[in-house]
Design a protein. Structure first.
Length: 252
């Protein structure tokens, strides 16, 4: 969901971007953005497939790569073969790596290896999704967290979306036989999104966009980050005075 919402956010602000979906099992990003995202079915030389993508990063301001699980060693190998820090300097590009802490040993080992290998040659964003991953005990207070803090890692927490709204959205996707983004669900009346769920989804997406804005320097080239203005504040509940509807003088 993070990558899909990020695509919506980039489109909202007119930032040209190109995506590459390496997750051939789910194909979520490429099915949601068929015009902007290319599905890559890796060959017998997967590092070569990654290098082909790296060669194209200068073609658009933002390149989004959505890998499948446990693909980090292939990507790290490809980056090593092109001497990524030198390549990035010559291309006047930088990479931001998003990590998703989880209480699974194999996943955390992948993350640790990636951080140890890339160090401060890239930017880092720690993504938390309490709705799907309620605890991150392996990561919290770890040396890895301290290491990322020393690299000035950004932080993104995915806001919670009401279960009924998520299920309603999934139902529409099943009927369509394809994935849809929150922005498309809101904008396209033909999809049949319930009015109440539309209102819930609109507020949720606005909050998601606000959180992307907070880390825009990690996600965008400086030129675009400076152009994007802060979103308007989400409407806050009115403050209520306790016992405002009671005439206390008559009972005290």
């Amino acid at each position: 969901m993070e990558a899909i919402c990020k695509g919506n956010w980039l489109d909202q602000h007119g930032v040209p971007w190109k995506g590459y979906d390496l997750d051939v099992f789910n194909r979520t990003l490429s099915s949601t953005f068929p015009e902007a995202v290319t599905l890559i079915e890796t060959s017998r030389e997967p590092e070569a497939d990654i290098i082909k993508i790296l060669r194209k990063v200068t073609h658009v301001p933002v390149t989004v790569i959505d890998p499948q699980a446990h693909m980090n060693r292939i990507i790290l190998s490809a980056m090593a073969q092109v001497d990524f820090p030198k390549f990035a300097a010559q291309a006047k590009a930088r990479a931001t790596v998003l990590i998703f802490p989880i209480d699974e040993i194999s996943d955390m080992e992948d993350i640790s290896e990636t951080v140890d290998t890339l160090g401060d040659t890239v930017d880092w964003v720690i993504v938390r999704n309490p709705e799907r991953i309620p605890t991150t005990k392996f990561f919290d207070g770890s040396l890895l967290e301290q290491q990322l803090s020393s690299y000035h890692a950004g932080s993104l927490e995915i806001p919670s979306l009401m279960t009924d709204t998520r299920n309603h959205l999934r139902g529409i996707q099943v009927k369509l036989g394809r994935a849809i983004s929150p922005a498309e669900a809101i904008a396209n009346a033909d999809l049949g999104l319930d009015m109440v769920h539309r209102m819930v989804l609109e507020k949720w997406l606005a909050e998601m966009f606000r959180r992307f804005h907070e880390i825009k320097s990690y996600l965008l080239p400086d030129f675009y980050a400076e152009k994007i203005q802060a979103p308007g504040d989400l409407r806050k509940p009115r403050e209520r005075t306790v016992a405002a509807g009671i005439n206390l003088e008559n009972i005290l």
